[in-house]
Design a protein around this ligand. Structure first.
Ligand SMILES: Cc1cc2nc3c(=O)[nH]c(=O)nc-3n(C[C@H](O)[C@H](O)[C@H](O)COP(=O)(O)O)c2cc1C
Length: 485
């Protein structure tokens, strides 16, 4: 315990969407006394696809027996579980896209799926488990939080935006009350109040239990963002993960305008170095993320006043992560041979945030595969919301077919180079869509710069490592720096 009265992990295993930080990874990390984090991104679809693949190991069916509203869990199983799995090359059944106003069945699915992932991560040990969301994905988040809280999630972590209303939503859900969230809607006028709500009573179909309010950590790339969250969120922010541009996944754009290198990568400079003095002044615990996965850099973080570090890439390639084994293997081999290249793509993500891509043959990082893919938007998590001319809310994604996007008032220039991360990220974890003609959606792997040195975690003669290997390595005493003569 610390002065603030709660135990702070040294190592947070970063939330990595979609389903790279799966329950099996989070469970392994949490069981070893650090903070394991599952990704909440797209979990509803991931869970329906695991069920359609026959629920290998029976984990979902086992854990859903503990869902507090059994009829809802039964419904999900009836609709999606396929004993023995799909026939080879049979496309997955799609679930309807999230909508506004929200659809109750869709909210229930999100609630059940997030319950399952957290409950599985918490099974069989007393350790702490967190869940990570992207602020940009607003529509599914409230019922997802409810599901995670029903499973006793200990931490909620959220970045890729300023999640100012999430702390208050956690308070409301813990009391069993309706939670609400203001939606970011392009074209909204000053007086517009677009919001979504989640009523636990309605979702669960009965009296909601009182729940423990998880701690909330905001993921930020600047002291300004941390300060806004600390002072202007609608509930308590318990701490921060301070993420630098070396980290995997989405990045904050460089401060002071986007400048690109000749090959199209954003240029980060001194203004992007987070002012840790200003973070410390906020008086909340913080963890440093991005290229921190060595004992030396952990020690340095502690010396800078951090409670520890958040590590992503090193865990993404360990055996327990959800990343497809063939992708792990190929990139570990590249790392061993010193051939890794991680490209910060300013355009790939429909969110408009820079996105780190590991270059790998046979994935959408190759222009020929990107060009050959027929644009389709059938998962829809990264769609932006816009105000329709006749009122009401529409959804569009710059990675959808260009004419569809333009018809919805989107600027066609915005579509250039955009990649369907929803489909690619599901392909990364082995539940990618099969198109009616039988073609597979291709992966697009994100990683931090640390990927270049990831082979340090491989023991001689081995071609894989475990989450425990990562933690043991991080816990070793750093070699003292040689004193200068
Ligand atoms: C494969 C992968 C997926 C990631 N996905 C997310 C995500 O969905 N949400 C998020 O907040 N951070 C995401 N991250 C960032 C990690 O949570 C973590 O902060 C970061 O990887 C730390 O830097 P490192 O990769 O240098 O260790 C992702 C990172 C990786 C490698």
């Amino acid at each position: 315990m610390t002065a603030e009265g709660w135990t702070k992990p040294r190592i947070i295993q970063g939330g990595m969407g979609a389903a790279v930080s799966s329950w099996s990874l989070a469970r392994a990390v949490s069981a070893l006394g650090e903070l394991g984090v599952v990704s909440g991104t797209g979990l509803d679809v991931v869970v329906t696809r695991r069920l359609q693949d026959g629920d290998v190991g029976g984990h979902l069916r086992r854990i859903l027996e503990g869902f507090p509203a059994p009829a809802l869990a039964r419904r999900v199983l009836e609709e999606h579980f396929a004993p023995g799995g799909r026939a080879p090359r049979q496309p997955y059944r799609l679930v309807p896209l999230h909508t506004v106003p929200v659809d109750l069945a869709r909210q229930r699915l999100a609630c059940v799926a997030n319950f399952a992932e957290v409950a599985l991560a918490k099974e069989g040990h007393p350790g702490l488990v967190g869940i990570n969301f992207l602020e940009k994905m607003q529509v599914p988040v409230l019922p997802s939080l409810l599901g995670a809280m029903l499973a006793g999630v200990d931490f909620v972590l959220m970045g890729a935006g300023l999640p100012r209303e999430i702390p208050g939503a956690l308070d409301a859900l813990a009391r069993g009350e309706t939670a609400s969230l203001t939606l970011h809607v392009d074209g909204a006028a000053p007086g517009d109040d677009f919001r979504i709500t989640a009523d636990p009573r309605e979702i669960l179909g009965g009296d909601p239990p009182r729940l423990r309010r998880p701690r909330f950590l905001g993921i930020v790339a600047s002291a300004t963002a941390a300060s806004v969250l600390a002072t202007r969120a609608n509930g308590h922010v318990d701490g921060f993960v301070v993420q630098g541009p070396e980290a995997g996944g989405h990045q904050a754009p460089p401060r002071g305008g986007l400048r690109l290198t000749p090959d199209g990568q954003p240029v980060y400079g001194p203004r992007d170095v987070v002012d840790l003095d200003a973070i410390r002044v906020l008086g909340r615990p913080f963890w440093l993320a991005g290229g921190r996965a060595t004992p030396e850099r952990l020690r340095e973080a502690l010396a800078l006043g951090a409670s520890g570090i958040q590590v992503g890439t090193a865990f993404a390639y360990c055996r327990e992560s959800g990343l497809r084994p063939d992708l792990k293997h190929a990139l570990l081999e590249k790392s061993r041979r010193g051939e890794v290249r991680v490209f910060t793509d300013a355009k790939a993500s429909p969110t408009g945030f820079p996105f780190k891509v590991a270059l790998l043959e046979g994935t959408l990082s190759e222009a020929c595969f990107y060009d050959a893919r027929e644009r389709v938007c059938d998962l829809g998590y990264l769609r932006e919301l816009y105000k329709r001319p006749e009122g009401g809310i529409g959804f569009r994604c710059p990675a959808e077919p260009v004419d569809t996007y333009a018809k919805k008032g989107g600027d066609p220039a915005e579509t250039e180079g955009r990649k369907c991360l929803c489909n690619a990220l599901l392909a990364n974890v082995g539940v990618g869509s099969v198109r009616p003609g039988g073609a597979d959606e291709l992966p697009l792997v994100t990683s931090g710069d640390d990927l270049a040195k990831i082979a340090r975690l491989l023991r001689d003669g081995e071609d894989s490592y475990s989450a425990e290997d990562v933690i043991r390595y991080l816990r070793t005493s750093p070699t003292p720096a040689r004193s200068s003569p």
